[in-house]
Design a protein around this ligand. Structure first.
Ligand code: FAD
Length: 377
């Protein structure tokens, strides 16, 4: 399609800013409506696996991500006493590391700068209030009182996607998995140069991940009631209760967690839009369409791939609806495979019964999945 298309991206998170950059670089006129007052400021880290780094190289931000993060090549499995059970070299795509840990605010800053440099306009504190498709245009009302017309509207607005609700009501809302993540950012000891994974009685998966030269990220996954919220005065102690019995490097890291406010608690939900991801010229992408549990560390990677493939599909097709259909044909199988396998791994690692279909998926295992995911998307 010949630029410029007028594109509104609803949600300036990881996927939205990647798409804004990719489309801006192609000469499209891009606006981003973001509810927050600044890019993603949640103070935790994220793992960027090799396929995400490969896609980020395509929009020219690989060097900035690596400079702000900490690249690693190996995953070390330990028992709860801290003894090493296995060291697994992680597969990687040519020319990029196996993985990069990075603080989320640093990633948001890199992507925000890239989007603006590509000519995108980011409207903070802004959300969509009206949406009507009129012929070959979408008429949109924004919360700043403006009314605008676009050729394409993309909902990269996360697990709770208001755009998804507009298209499908409550049909495909987030499904709570029964598990939650506890995360804390701490100083990185010099010896931690890859991800370390272990488990505890009340936490199925516990990890230490380097996210910069100075910082690492302690994460724990535990079964929690949907209505449970940590006590703001003693969240660090509640985390420690879940890690009772654990020794070695994780116990040493945990001893440094003394501030309850440093603990970030997130319920783990998944989203499956079991209808087309696009209606006319409005499309859902990233977590809004297919949020998965974080067991493969692939949610943001899938959002980034979605963005790149959408830009490529718009390049290749003559009409927006045809591009959206071609995009979905490429993305749906891979994103839903990641979602299904992540959920199966969650069940396996937490001792929850698995279905026969999940057992078949699990035959490949997490190392096998990593090998599949470094195949070009
Ligand atoms: C505990 C945990 C750990 C994870 N770890 C990893 C990992 O290591 N690696 C990985 O690849 N993925 C990981 N993920 C998944 C990853 O965070 C998501 O898949 C990714 O952020 C999805 O990107 P997105 O752009 O679709 O949505 P988001 O990044 O969530 O962005 C959505 C944006 O929409 C905005 N928004 C929401 N509502 C509105 C509105 N009404 N108007 C305007 N804007 C709005 C939000 O403010 C936000 O900026 C993890 C997830 C969790 C929960």
């Amino acid at each position: 399609m010949t630029p410029p298309l007028r594109v509104l991206i609803h949600g300036g998170g990881i996927g939205g800013l990647t798409l804004a950059t990719a489309l801006g670089q192609r000469g499209h006129r891009v606006e981003v409506a973001e509810l927050r007052g600044e890019p993603d400021g949640v103070g935790v880290g994220i793992t960027q696996p090799s396929n995400a780094l490969h896609a980020l190289r395509e929009i020219g931000v690989l060097a900035d991500c690596l400079a702000a993060g900490f690249r690693w090549e190996e995953l070390t499995l330990c028992d709860p006493a801290g003894r090493t059970l296995a060291v697994l070299p992680q597969p990687r795509m040519a020319g990029v590391p196996a993985a990069n840990g990075i603080p989320r605010p640093a990633l948001a800053a890199v992507l925000g700068r890239a989007a603006v440099a590509a000519g995108a306009r980011i409207r903070f504190h802004t959300t969509l209030t009206e949406l009507t498709e009129e012929g070959e245009e979408v008429k949109v009302g924004l919360s700043d009182g403006s009314e605008r017309r676009y050729d394409l509207v993309v909902g990269f607005d996360g697990t709770g996607s208001p755009l998804r609700r507009r298209l499908y009501g409550d049909a495909f809302g987030p499904e709570y998995t029964g598990f939650a993540a506890w995360r804390v950012t701490l100083p990185r000891p010099d010896w931690l140069r890859g991800v370390l994974v272990t488990s505890a009685d009340r936490a199925a998966k516990v990890s230490l991940t380097p996210v910069s030269d100075r910082l690492m990220h302690l994460a724990a996954l535990s079964a929690e009631a949907e209505e449970f919220r940590p006590d703001p005065r003693r969240a660090h102690r509640q985390l420690a209760e879940r890690l009772t019995g654990i020794e070695g490097p994780v116990a040493e890291a945990l001893a440094e967690v003394t501030d309850p406010a440093a603990v970030v608690y997130s319920r783990i939900s998944q989203v499956t839009v079991a209808a087309p991801w696009h209606v006319g010229r409005v499309v859902l992408a990233g977590d809004a369409a297919h949020a998965s549990t974080p067991l493969l560390a692939q949610g943001a990677a899938m959002a980034i791939e979605d963005a790149l493939v959408l830009a490529e599909s718009l390049d290749a097709e003559a009409e927006v609806p045809a591009a959206l259909a071609a995009w979905e044909r490429r993305r749906r199988p891979r994103a839903l495979w990641v979602q299904a396998l992540s959920r199966a791994v969650l069940r396996q690692e937490t001792g929850t019964p698995t279905t026969a279909a999940e057992d078949e998926l699990l035959a490949i295992g997490v190392p096998g999945a990593a090998h599949v995911l470094v195949q070009p998307y």
